[in-house]
Design a protein around this ligand. Structure first.
Ligand SMILES: Nc1ncnc2c1ncn2[C@@H]1O[C@H](COP(=O)(O)OP(=O)(O)OP(=O)(O)O)[C@@H](O)[C@H]1O
Ligand SMILES: [Mg+2]
Length: 355
């Protein structure tokens, strides 16, 4: 279900904007600092309830204002959903179709989206947090019950860490371990299952974008072939010293093997971007197939760091997804799409549909 309308009030440099994207390819163009990334960030916020740049609320509210408001319409024909987000220094309020009890997971369900921006290379070049988030996003959309297992895991981890720091005895810790291991097993299984589907897609997309063989290896977050409870027992003294649980799915990673070398260290920045993009596009495909409807793909300055041939391969892979695309560029003539996209122009925080 596409995003068909977004009203923005006081979000970064956008005082008031009405955005009516088309269901296929959209291009927002404008000079540096005109507000292109701000517009994409507003869209992403509507689907995630947080900033993709990790910006604080006060950084997102337009200077001089006390709150930002985003209201989006998602859907087609008679079946539309209205999603509202209001964020002020007093906190975040979310609403879906008038229901004020909505949470960030409900936003993600209403508007599943992926994003490629100039920092995307960090998905392969950075630490494992982003890759775990990536894995969790896929599992959340594909594996029934995953969110609940993930929440149980987070709760149990918090309790176990608190018990470690509080100097709990072995018996008390064993009690926490039981709940932690049960949730860990559900999370791990969900990740394994989604990767069974995703890895072939990842390999195919990576090969299409890079022209070399790409492989992925899932590390579940504890060493060896054994059970998590054995790893916890073996690491107990260290866990006690650090007041932290060293083993478990919160330490999982999705390692990339590119031409049999560690991609993070040896590939160029443009290649890191292509590898990361192939991960994003593969996840979009997997979730799209599962949900049976097109997703939303946000592309902030996709041409950055890429030569013409690489950009062509990236955009061909994007076109093959047939999803809703909202891209930004400095120039409306940038060769991103085969057919002319729906054009929008931003100038000093003002958005206009271009003729
Ligand atoms: N909270 C805020 N209030 C007002 N203005 C802001 C706020 N946050 C950012 N800005 C300003 O918004 C302007 C537009 O930023 P944005 O990143 O959207 O530009 P852009 O069009 O993506 O530029 P580029 O082509 O350089 O990527 C910048 O001048 C920035 O300083
Ligand atoms: Mg920008």
């Amino acid at each position: 279900m596409p995003l068909i309308q977004l009203s923005i009030t006081d979000f970064r440099c956008l005082a008031s904007a009405e955005f009516l994207p088309g269901p296929a390819n959209n291009l927002i163009f404008g000079a540096n600092a005109s507000g292109k990334t701000s517009l994409l960030e507003a869209i992403a916020y509507l689907g995630r309830g947080r900033s993709f740049r990790g910006a604080s609320t006060s950084g997102l509210i337009r200077h001089g204002s006390s709150a930002f408001v985003l209201v989006g319409k998602i859907g087609k024909g008679g079946r539309t959903r209205t999603v509202g987000v209001r964020n002020s220094r007093d906190g975040l309020e979310l609403q879906i179709d008038g229901d004020r009890g909505a949470g960030a997971a409900d936003l993600a369900e209403a508007l599943p989206l992926q994003l490629i921006d100039p920092d995307i290379h960090n998905l392969v070049a950075g630490g494992p947090d982003e890759r775990r988030r990536y894995l969790d996003w896929m599992a959340f959309h594909v594996e029934p019950g995953y969110l609940e297992a993930w929440r149980r895991l987070r709760r149990a981890l918090k309790q176990r860490n608190a018990a470690l720091r509080g100097g709990a005895g072995s018996k008390e810790l064993l009690g926490w371990d039981k709940e932690f291991c049960a949730a860990a097993s559900d999370v791990d299984r969900g990740r394994e299952r989604v990767l069974d589907t995703a890895i072939p897609v990842l390999k195919r997309t990576g090969a299409a974008l890079l022209g070399g063989s790409v492989d992925f290896e899932y590390r579940r977050g504890w060493s060896g072939e054994g059970e998590l409870r054995d790893a916890l027992a073996a690491g107990l003294e260290r866990d006690r010293l650090q007041g932290l649980t060293q083993h478990g799915p919160h330490r999982a990673d999705l390692r990339l093997v590119y031409d049999e070398r560690q991609a993070r260290k040896l590939v160029s920045r443009g290649q890191q971007k292509l590898l990361s993009c192939s991960m994003v596009l593969a996840a979009t495909e997997v979730v799209q197939v599962r949900l049976g409807r097109p997703l939303l793909l946000l592309l902030d300055d996709p041409a950055a760091e890429l030569d013409g041939a690489s950009l062509g391969r990236l955009m061909a892979a994007v076109a093959a997804l047939n999803c809703q695309v909202i891209a930004t560029a400095l120039d409306p003539d940038v060769p991103l799409f085969d057919e002319s996209p729906t054009l929008f122009h931003v100038e000093q925080g003002a958005l206009k549909a271009a003729p």
